[in-house]
Ligand binder design. Structure first.
Ligand code: ADP
Ligand code: MG
Length: 676
């Protein structure tokens, strides 16, 4: 298995280097380097050719080929051929050497891109003479350096002859049988050298399932070992007190809130550390659920912390929690970058004396210089996940339970891949009586009407946001745009008080403007996307988003969530003239639904997973064939199977699972240390 590729015939130093760049060191790696597509070498009748696709036709040359030379060492070969009575043009580049073979009436097979309008094939391959052994699906491999498809085809052919180069059969008999999956040897063989469409399909099915299953097993084994290593004391809340607190709420929880709360409380009772993601649209009531959980932990005699990304949010949460806990005996403290030194000292002393129940602050809270003895629960708002350092810091604070809140509705498929090591609760239901935000799509030439509409709302005592176009390439331009728009709106609406926030302002300037917006001294707030996260001004009923087609659906949805937070009807106007079909599609979907989960699924289809979570932090694992979006059914099946396996005793002892157990220990999933 660990025989270097260079031991194969025809692989010298140069080729070995090129192969290394593809991650191929050993012969077994060669077999793991699967074709990324197959050329259909099965000749098709001309009537069935699809415009703009790669096709293969058979026929005979008509007349003779002509070659024209151009540029340095470049040439273009063209000729006509007869395929089943149709006359086709064939063009090929830099194949002048074929000219002499392409005589009148010579049999040929041509593969390449078909242009119906010109009845022309731009050939990638021209085989002269009758093809003896026909391979309907020729493998096409990713290449590097000076490697050629022909070489890789030859070398994989050699590797396929070596049984010891094949991966072990890891799937137990029962699973193979249940899903009618081919054995690993047949799978690898088919993926490299498909005999027919059907067999290839089953090979792909097996490979994808296995990739997902291994991934899910790794995640879940990791979770299990973390649970074993990071033991936590089970918490027991004061049920009577918690009930009483919930009765002080001016509303009843929605079903989804109840379900999520139950899941959280269940975790609190367990002897492992909670690691749970609470997902729900803005306004779906996550904070309330988190507050009840915090209160439960407080009645169990523990301290809690709430971490948010910005100071503005910290202050908002401070106020709303004080309101929520007003009838409870709960001491809340705020600790941010702008907390005065003396106050900070007091807070730290109070923490050490165990006199603080809720500590609210920015993410700096979990730094070592803030001692939080007896910490039972950390709630974080709007942060996808902790990095390694933060995990360590948390561990030093006694491994508290952790609840991550996010208003980014993450599609189920992504949640189980990117957040496979977490448990997920979803609040997928809005409290009754909410008026969904009415959303309109307006072209730029309707700008005046839009402004008139906003002016009317402001006259009626409401407030509005104007979100500036997003210019990803340059923050400088973003800011300039915002300033221009701000000045323009001041001129158009002289009687309206307009404010401006953008990323280049100092915190003081930004906070000042936000304060004036909260208190309705600013009526119209021009902003770059910095308001995206969590700002709550219920009196703001209008949002105008400039060049809305530049944003992804998830982001538009997030922005739109700033309005519709009060009792009045709210509006969101998307100003854009999208040129692309997806741009138009996006605008349409936004006007049709306010369900964040629906939008997230659509966004995933339109833009792919990388965009949705941000490429760097997406945490999406790399699969060779599997695609979590396209193959989500297989993913879901694999997830359930992995769960069943991990939880069964047989998995940890029986011989038929040995290969899977070996895989898990090889990847480090059993030590709970690394996960990549
Ligand atoms: P999120 O944190 O998900 O944005 P919040 O918890 O801040 O949502 O709730 C948004 C608003 O809705 C708050 O004013 C809250 O009091 C209210 N709210 C929460 N849950 C309910 C409910 N079940 N019924 C009615 N109003 C609710
Ligand atoms: Mg919130």
């Amino acid at each position: 298995m660990n025989t270097p590729v260079s031991s194969l015939k025809g692989i010298g130093k140069e080729s070995a280097k090129d192969l290394e760049r593809l991650g191929i060191f050993f012969i077994s790696d060669l077999l793991a380097h699967l074709p990324y597509r197959y050329e259909n070498k099965e000749a098709q009748p001309v009537e069935q050719l699809v415009h703009d696709e790669n096709v293969t036709v058979e026929g005979v040359v008509i007349g003779e080929a002509r070659v024209s030379f151009y540029g340095r060492k470049k040439n273009r070969l063209n000729f006509k051929m007869n395929s089943g009575g149709h006359v086709l043009n064939v063009v090929a580049f830099n194949r002048a050497f074929l000219k002499s073979k392409l005589q009148n009436e010579v049999a040929i097979t041509v593969s390449g891109k078909w242009n119906r309008h010109r009845a022309q094939i731009t050939a990638q391959s021209i085989e002269v003479g009758q093809v003896e052994e026909k391979r309907p699906y020729a493998p096409i491999y990713a290449l590097s350096g000076r490697l050629t498809t022909r070489q890789l085809t030859q070398w994989t052919e050699d590797a396929l002859a070596m049984t010891e180069a094949f991966p072990p059969e890891r799937l137990p008999e029962a699973l193979l049988e249940r899903y009618k999956l081919p054995a690993i040897v047949d799978t690898i063989q088919q993926l490299h050298r498909p005999t027919d469409k059907e067999s290839l399909k089953h090979a792909r099915r097996r490979y994808i399932y296995e990739e997902f299953l291994l991934f899910q097993l790794r995640m879940q084994a990791y979770k299990r070992s973390v649970r074993q290593n990071e033991q936590a004391t089970p918490l027991q809340e004061d049920v009577v007190k918690v009930k009483a607190f919930m009765e002080t709420l001016p509303f009843a929880l929605t079903q989804a809130q109840k379900r999520s709360l139950d899941e959280i409380v269940h975790d609190l009772h367990q002897p492992y550390r909670m690691n749970r993601l609470l997902q729900g649209d803005v306004g779906s009531g996550k904070t309330v659920v988190a507050a009840i959980a915090m209160y439960a932990v407080i009645t169990a005699g523990k301290t809690t912390a709430l971490m948010v990304p910005t100071e503005i949010l910290a202050e908002q949460h401070y106020e709303s929690l004080q309101e929520l806990f007003r009838d409870c005996d709960v001491s809340i403290r705020l600790l941010t970058g702008s907390t005065r030194k003396s106050e900070r000292k007091q807070t730290i002393e109070a923490l050490e004396a165990g006199q603080v129940n809720v500590l609210i602050g920015t993410h700096a809270l979990i730094q070592p210089d803030v001692p939080i003895p007896n910490l039972g629960l950390v709630v974080t708002d709007e942060q996808h996940r902790f990095g390694v350092n933060q995990r360590r810091a948390l561990k030093e604070k006694g491994s508290p339970d952790v609840l991550f809140m996010t208003a980014t509705p993450i599609p189920r498929t992504l949640a189980i891949t990117a957040f496979g090591d977490m448990d997920v609760s979803r609040i997928d239901e809005q409290p009754v009586g909410r008026k969904p935000v009415e959303t309109y799509w307006a072209k730029h030439d309707m700008f005046e009407r839009v402004i008139t509409f906003i002016e009317k709302e402001i006259r009626a005592g409401r407030q509005a946001y104007v979100i500036c176009p997003l210019i990803e390439e340059s923050e400088q331009l973003d800011v300039q745009n915002a300033i221009d728009l701000y000045e323009q709106l001041q001129q158009i609406l002289p009687s309206v008080s307009v404010g401006l926030v953008h990323g280049r302002l100092s915190n003081d300037e930004k906070n000042g403007t936000m304060e004036r917006f909260f208190s309705n001294h600013v009526q119209l707030l021009v902003s770059t996307t910095v308001v995206e996260v969590g700002v709550n001004v219920p009196n703001a009923t209008c949002m105008l988003i400039y060049d809305a087609d530049r944003f992804g659906l998830a982001q538009l949805h997030q922005l739109r969530g700033r309005v519709g937070r009060g009792d009045a009807q709210s509006y969101c106007i998307l100003l854009s003239d999208p040129t692309s079909e997806t741009g138009k599609e996006r605008m349409k979907i936004m006007t049709e639904t306010t369900d964040g989960f629906v939008l997230a699924e659509e966004d995933l289809k339109l833009r792919g997973p990388g965009d949705l979570l941000g490429k760097k932090q997406s945490g999406m694992p790399h699969f060779r064939l599997a695609d979590p979006v396209h193959d989500y059914r297989a993913l879901e099946t694999a997830r359930q199977d992995a769960q069943t396996l991990i939880q069964s005793d047989a998995f940890w002892t029986d011989a038929e699972y040995e290969a899977l157990r070996n895989y898990l220990s090889d990847t480090g999933a059993l030590s709970g240390e690394k996960l990549d």
